[in-house]
Design a protein. Structure first.
Length: 220
C-alpha cells in the first residue's frame, strides 16, 4: 500500500446510539497523534446537524441509530454537499447493509472488532479519500463478484414492456395504463399479450407476483 499523507489534524465526529461506545471511542482516539474529536451524535438527526455545524474531516458512523440507519446519514450529508468522509464502524456485516453504505458513498466499512491500529489507519486513510474495508467485508464483496450473475425473466422485456408490467403490478387498469403511458387500449392489450407470453404467465396476478419476486415493484 502506498504511504498515506497524514493531515496536520483530523477532526472526527463519532456517531453511535450508545453513549458508552461514543465515550470509549473518544478516549481511544484522543490518545492518537493528529486526531481531534470534533463532537458526538447519537441519532441520524443529530449526526446531520453536527456534521454541518462542526464540519469534521471524518464521520465515524454506526449503521443502526434510533431514528434511522447510517445510510440515511450518508445520503443526507451528500445531499448537503458536506465534504466529510464517512467510515462505517458497526457490528453488522450483512450484504444489504454493506452495499447500501458503499453505494451511498461511505469511504470505509469496518466492524467493531477492528484493532485500534487498523481503526486509526482507516480514519487517516479516509481523510485522504482512500477506502478501507474490514477483511470480513472484503471477503463478502469478493464472494459476490465471484458468483455468476443471476438472470431474470424480466430481462427479456423491452423498456416499454417493463413500464407496462410495472403499471400492472401497481394495480392499474388497462385504461389507466393507456392514459399514463400515452397509449391506446388496444396497444396496452397487445403489450400485455406479449409480456404474458415472454414471462410464460396467463394472468395479471401471476405477472404481478413475478414482478415483485424480481424486484420490479415493492409489495405494499
Amino acid at each position: 500500500m502506498s504511504e498515506i499523507r497524514v493531515l496536520p489534524e483530523i477532526r472526527v465526529l463519532i456517531v453511535d446510539d450508545h453513549e458508552l461506545v461514543r465515550e470509549g471511542l473518544t478516549l481511544l482516539l484522543e490518545e492518537a497523534e493528529g486526531i481531534v474529536i470534533a463532537g458526538q451524535a447519537g441519532s441520524v438527526a443529530q449526526a446531520v446537524v453536527q456534521a454541518q455545524t462542526l464540519q469534521p474531516d471524518v464521520v465515524l458512523l454506526d449503521m443502526m441509530l434510533p431514528d434511522g440507519d447510517g445510510v440515511s446519514v450518508i445520503q443526507q450529508l451528500k445531499a448537503k454537499n458536506n465534504p466529510a468522509r464517512v467510515v462505517v464502524l458497526t457490528s453488522f456485516a450483512e450484504d444489504e447493509k454493506i452495499r447500501g453504505a458503499l453505494q451511498a458513498g461511505a469511504t470505509g466499512y469496518l466492524l467493531k472488532d477492528v484493532l485500534r491500529h487498523d481503526l486509526l489507519a482507516a480514519i487517516r486513510a479516509a481523510a485522504e479519500g482512500i477506502s478501507t474495508l474490514h477483511p470480513v467485508i472484503q471477503a463478502h464483496l469478493l464472494q459476490q463478484l465471484s458468483q455468476p450473475k443471476q438472470t431474470s425473466p424480466l430481462d427479456m422485456l423491452t423498456e416499454r414492456e417493463h413500464e407496462v408490467l410495472k403499471a400492472v403490478a401497481e394495480g392499474r387498469s388497462n385504461k389507466e395504463i393507456a392514459v399514463s403511458l400515452g397509449l391506446t387500449l388496444g396497444t396496452v392489450k397487445g403489450y400485455l399479450n406479449t409480456i404474458f407470453g415472454k414471462l410464460n404467465v396467463v394472468s395479471r396476478t401471476e405477472a404481478t407476483l413475478l414482478a415483485i419476486r424480481h424486484g420490479l415493484v415493492t409489495p405494499n
